[in-house]
Write a new protein. Structure first.
Length: 244
């Protein structure tokens, strides 16, 4: 593992099989990174849906941590939605790229329309994924934000801001693959950045996966149900008294 201050890169060269494979490998890197810090036992893994959930699931299992969601939506350019002009997150967080509005002729009204549409989708996902379950406590915990990749970094920056407002004791960003520029921007706002591959020329997140199909709502719900059931089972187990 290459370590520079709070910057951990495993330097993987081969594409991951899928998101689950990436998450399993990322869990190993995270365990090494967290071993550097005392007080990192109370860990909460927050997945950015949808693609971040199958990556985060094996991480939470490997670390024995709770799994929950950090709901974030990319703000795509009106005529080119694949290009991000910013992102929004739960709690009213908005992050816009420099020059927005105005970027590529985008007006304030167009930006507001995109924000309104994505806020509606954010609320829909909150209802569908979480139901009546309250969010996990963030304050005072070591929080790991997980996505399946980081391209521009705007989505993750929104997630970081939303998490910071809840006062975690430590904030870690983790992704299997990312653009170097995005990771550099994140280093200044979190305690640790853990990534498996960050090439000098980053084309897309999908290039680092053999299978990169869209993650559906059903898969997200299934993985969350499994994780939350495991958490309930662990909480219901009687604590064994250590021999004296």
């Amino acid at each position: 593992m290459l370590e520079v201050n709070n910057f951990f890169i495993m330097q993987e060269l081969e594409p991951f099989i899928d998101r689950a494979d990436a998450g399993t490998k990322l869990a190993t890197a995270l365990a090494q990174a967290l071993a550097h810090h005392a007080g990192s036992q109370d860990v909460l893994v927050l997945a950015l849906p949808r693609g971040g959930v199958p990556v985060a699931f094996p991480i939470a299992q490997a670390l024995g941590a709770e799994l929950d969601l950090m709901l974030v939506r990319k703000l795509g350019l009106p005529n080119q939605p694949e290009f991000a002009m910013g992102a929004i997150a739960s709690g009213g967080v908005q992050v816009l790229q420099p020059g927005v509005p105005g970027l590529m002729g985008v007006t304030r009204a167009e930006v507001d329309a995109v924000i309104a549409a994505e806020q509606a989708e954010l609320a829909r996902r909150e209802r569908r994924y979480r139901g009546e379950r309250p969010p996990c406590r963030v304050a005072g915990r070591c929080v790991i934000l997980v996505d399946d990749g980081i391209a521009t970094g705007s989505t993750m920056l929104a997630a970081v801001e939303a998490a910071r407002r809840q006062q975690p004791s430590r904030l870690v960003v983790a992704a299997p693959a990312a653009a170097r520029e995005a990771l550099d921007a994140l280093r200044g706002v979190v305690d640790d950045v853990v990534c498996l591959v960050a090439p000098p020329r980053f084309r897309s997140v999908g290039q680092w996966y053999r299978h990169f199909g869209q993650t559906g709502d059903e898969e997200v719900q299934t993985l969350l149900a499994q994780a939350w059931a495991s958490t309930r089972d662990a909480a219901s187990q009687p604590h064994r008294k250590e021999p004296t």
